[in-house]
Design a protein around this ligand. Structure first.
Ligand code: ADP
Length: 820
């Protein structure tokens, strides 16, 4: 026994199992040789058990284990020593316990009986493993006396079975059509969704060739697919078209995978097909609506627009379509017809001809225009054809066209029917449904909007063209600048007046090119400062500046044009200047006439000066003679004559001054003088020549002025003589002298007729005279104030005028003081 024991021990040590209980041999009844044979057999048997991939367990009738083979650790993770601590049920999944318990009872009841069960056993790591166990009741078997259970792991097999079951369920219940086929293209499986999508039942499809559902023109595509699959490639979301049992084309998205046998040989393909017809249709509709909306922005030409829209509708929505537009007189003015097959266009035209003028038609453009309602005939059949029974020609055309379905909808903008659009289908499977009509109506509303926009655009364009024609015809130049002083519009006259051959030239000319070719001058023939250009002055904030600008052609210096230029701003709602409109009025003639007049005056005054000077000399000689002779009467006449001559001399010298001023040749002395003395002297002189008015001098300035004393004296003489001249009813004129920090002020106040506000600025213009009924009676040339203003301004001073009509006038001469 001890030998046995040690023998056993060795074996166990080698294998690492749990020692078998010593129930095996009733030693005394066995011969030694037999015993040895037995022992050898047992060892062999033992080694067999220990090496078995199956797990072998021995337990008693209570289910308590006393032996576990070492392979247990591989299957459930426990060492045999750990495991025999458990009762047999400890590791069984609770859900499986009832069936196992029942089987165990059966087993116990029948010695030698054997039961096989599958159940989940708890792995040491906490996971459940599927095992298949066969337990045999060997409780009565001599030398065994145990329940012998052998089991092995079937988790993977179970999972595979589970997966397959799941897959089968998925395939059956999938919304996507799943089809498999052999390499030769024979259909081997066909799920319910495939039956729904393609119209063939599984029985009809399985065993048939896949070309069953491939449109003839796409057969080549199938070969390409097979070629790819052979290379082991998977094809994902490949969009194509398949054909159904009833001949309809459906858009599908395909995913195709190769099917291989266990050896990895390619034996077929599995296809998942998803019906994307709806999606495609939705996409197409969306893009069509978008395209129509884009037309709003891209084209304002009705013809182009209708052509493009018809091109969008056929073939996407219709096989032929018609767009009719109604004008203000309710005439159908414009029809765009399109057919998928251009050769059929004639037929379509003929069809519309048939409808034309048939007021009582139930369908068609006229009907839609009359009712303003959409029309849908899903299927062209009996009732539809009925109403045209009396028109065999119409019937013939409809048959010839193969019309299957029809819908139409009015084009309405702002509650006005502006046209209609009809869609016709000749495809057996395109039947318009209410949702198609809803789409057509949406499309129509956009088309109507686009057409209305085109109409508004045309109207605006017409108005603009008319305006352009008017502006082009205007003699005045019109230039519109943007806020960056870029020219954005100019008419023909503007181009001519600013020295360009055409508007084009003006618009494309580089900036300042006018300056390059022309001398731009002001009225005094001085270079015209750019900053004084009127449009720039508007941009700088002035309201309505104007300027006289002369252009002298640089090359010859002869050609000269003069313009009166006025600018005014165009403001936006925020009051910002967005444009400047400049009107260029040609005043060349006027300026030239003035030049001629100036030249004449200059010449005439020169010519007059000599004889008058001569006369003055002779008067002097005559006066001396007559004095000697004591001829008082003659002397009296002579002094009257002399006074007239003085007036004449003054007139002539004024005219000469004006000429000199015009040409910038009037010379001024620059010398300091005492203003008070000048005023006193002047007042005395003027007083000496008048008996009607008292000149009253008040205040004093007590200042030195730098300038031309005689010329300034001339100013005060002018103002004083005017004050006397224009206050015939008054007896006095006030002269007031004063000063402030920087200026001397001489005020000459009369109590005469006054000057109306409307004339106040203009009296300083050359030859300007107030032509009021009262004013008319006063003689003069209207040059005194002009000369006075020029002289004062040459002394850097200015003249102000205050006046009330009928009450009198005050002129104030303000002169800067001599500095230092
Ligand atoms: P004139 O030779 O006509 O006086 P002026 O240039 O001196 O020319 O004056 C221009 C016009 O101004 C005159 O015609 C007159 O109508 C008006 N005027 C000038 N001074 C006075 C004044 N003190 N009172 C009223 N009107 C005046």
């Amino acid at each position: 026994m001890s030998f046995n024991q040690s023998e056993n021990q060795n074996v166990f040590q080698q294998i690492g199992g749990v020692p078998l209980p010593d129930t095996s041999l009733p030693a005394a009844s066995v011969l030694v040789t037999d015993l040895q044979t037995e022992l050898t057999n047992e060892n062999r048997f033992r080694a067999l058990i220990e090496h078995s991939t199956d797990v072998i367990l021995l337990s008693d009738r209570e289910g308590n284990y006393f032996y576990a083979s070492p392979s247990l650790e591989r299957v459930l993770g426990y060492t045999p020593e750990e495991f025999i601590q458990f009762n047999g049920f400890t590791i069984i999944h609770p859900d499986d316990i009832p069936s196992i318990a029942q089987a165990f009872q059966t087993l116990l009841a029948t010695p030698g009986y054997s039961e096989t069960r599958q159940f989940r056993g708890l792995h040491k790591n906490g996971s459940w493993r599927w095992v298949e166990a066969t337990a045999t009741n060997l409780l009565d078997a001599p030398g065994v006396q145990a329940i012998v259970t052998n089991f092995h792991d079937i988790t993977e097999r179970k999972q595979a079975e589970e997966a397959q079951r799941l897959l089968a369920t998925i395939v059956t219940h999938s919304d996507d059509a799943i089809v498999s086929k052999t390499l030769e293209g024979m259909i081997t499986s066909w799920n319910g969704a495939a039956a729904n999508l393609f119209g063939y039942s599984a029985e009809e499809a399985i065993g048939r060739h896949i070309t069953l559902i491939i449109p003839p023109d796409l057969r080549a595509e199938e070969e390409e697919i097979i070629a790819k699959l052979r290379k082991g490639m998977r094809i994902e979301h490949f969009e194509t078209v398949r054909v159904t049992k009833d001949g309809r084309n459906v858009d599908v998205s395909l995913s195709i995978s190769p099917i291989k046998d266990r050896q990895g040989n390619f034996i077929g393909a599995a296809k998942i097909a998803r019906d994307i017809t709806e999606r495609k249709r939705a996409e197409e509709r969306r893009s069509m609506l978008q395209a129509v909306s884009d037309l709003l922005a891209s084209s304002f030409d009705q013809q182009i627009m209708l052509r493009e829209i018809a091109g969008l509708i056929v073939p996407a929505v219709a096989d032929y379509c018609r767009i009719a537009i109604v004008d203000e007189q309710q005439q159908i003015t414009d029809i765009k017809i399109n057919h998928i097959d251009p050769q059929q266009l004639e037929l379509v035209r003929a069809l519309y001809e048939q409808y034309k003028g048939r007021a009582n038609t139930l369908h068609g453009v006229q009907r839609i225009l009359e009712t303003g309602k959409s029309d849908l005939v899903s299927t062209i059949s009996g009732p539809f054809l009925e109403h045209m029974r009396d028109n065999p020609e119409l019937l013939r055309i409809i048959h010839a066209l193969g019309l299957q379905s029809y819908m139409g909808t009015p084009l309405i903008v702002r509650d006005r029917i502006i046209g209609a659009i009809t869609f016709s289908s000749i495809q057996p499977h395109r039947h318009y449904m209410p949702d198609d009509l809803a789409f057509a109506e949406e499309l129509a509303s956009r088309i109507a909007l686009a057409l209305d926009n085109a109409r508004l655009y045309r109207e605006v364009q017409q108005a603009r063209d008319q305006l352009a024609i008017i502006l082009q015809g205007v003699a005045d130049g019109i230039i519109v600048y943007d806020k960056n002083s870029q020219i954005i519009y100019a008419n023909e006259s503007a181009a001519q007046l600013t020295g360009y051959a055409s508007v084009e030239d003006l618009l494309t000319a580089p900036p300042m090119s006018t300056v390059a070719r022309y001398e731009v001058i002001d009225e005094q023939r001085q270079p015209f400062p750019r900053s004084q250009l009127t449009h720039l002055r508007v941009l700088a904030g002035e309201r309505e500046p104007e300027a006289i600008i002369g252009y002298t052609y640089k090359v010859t210096g002869q050609l000269e044009r003069w313009s009166l230029v006025k600018s005014r701003p165009v403001n936006n709602e925020q009051g910002e200047v967005i444009y400047v409109i400049t009107i260029v009025h040609d005043i060349t003639e006027r300026v030239q006439a003035e030049h001629r007049k100036d030249e004449f005056i200059s010449m005439a005054s020169h010519e007059l000066k000599t004889p008058v000077t001569g006369l003055k000399g002779f008067t002097y000689v005559l006066q001396r003679r007559l004095s000697k002779q004591g001829d008082e009467q003659s002397l009296h006449y002579l002094s009257r004559m002399d006074a007239q001559l003085d007036k004449l001399t003054k007139l002539i010298s004024d005219l000469l001054d004006i000429s000199r001023m015009q040409t910038g040749k009037l010379e001024f002395l620059q010398a300091p003088f005492d203003l008070d003395s000048l005023i006193i002297e002047t007042v005395e002189n003027v007083q000496a020549a008048t008996s009607t008015h008292h000149l009253l001098l008040e205040g004093k300035a007590d200042v030195q002025i730098l300038g031309d004393k005689d010329r300034l004296g001339q100013v005060f003489i002018n103002l004083l003589t005017n004050a006397i001249k224009y206050s015939p009813q008054a007896g006095k004129v006030l002269v007031h002298l004063s000063r402030d920090e920087e200026h001397a002020i001489v005020r000459i106040q009369d109590f005469g007729i006054g000057i109306d506000a409307s004339h106040r600025q203009r009296i300083f213009e050359r030859f300007y005279q107030v032509t009021d009924p009262e004013g008319k009676t006063y003689p003069g040339l209207g040059i005194g104030l002009y000369i006075s203003k020029e002289i004062v301004e040459r002394h850097h001073g200015w003249i102000e005028v205050n006046s009330r009509k009928g009450k009198g006038t005050t002129f104030s001469v303000i002169l800067p003081l001599l500095q230092g």
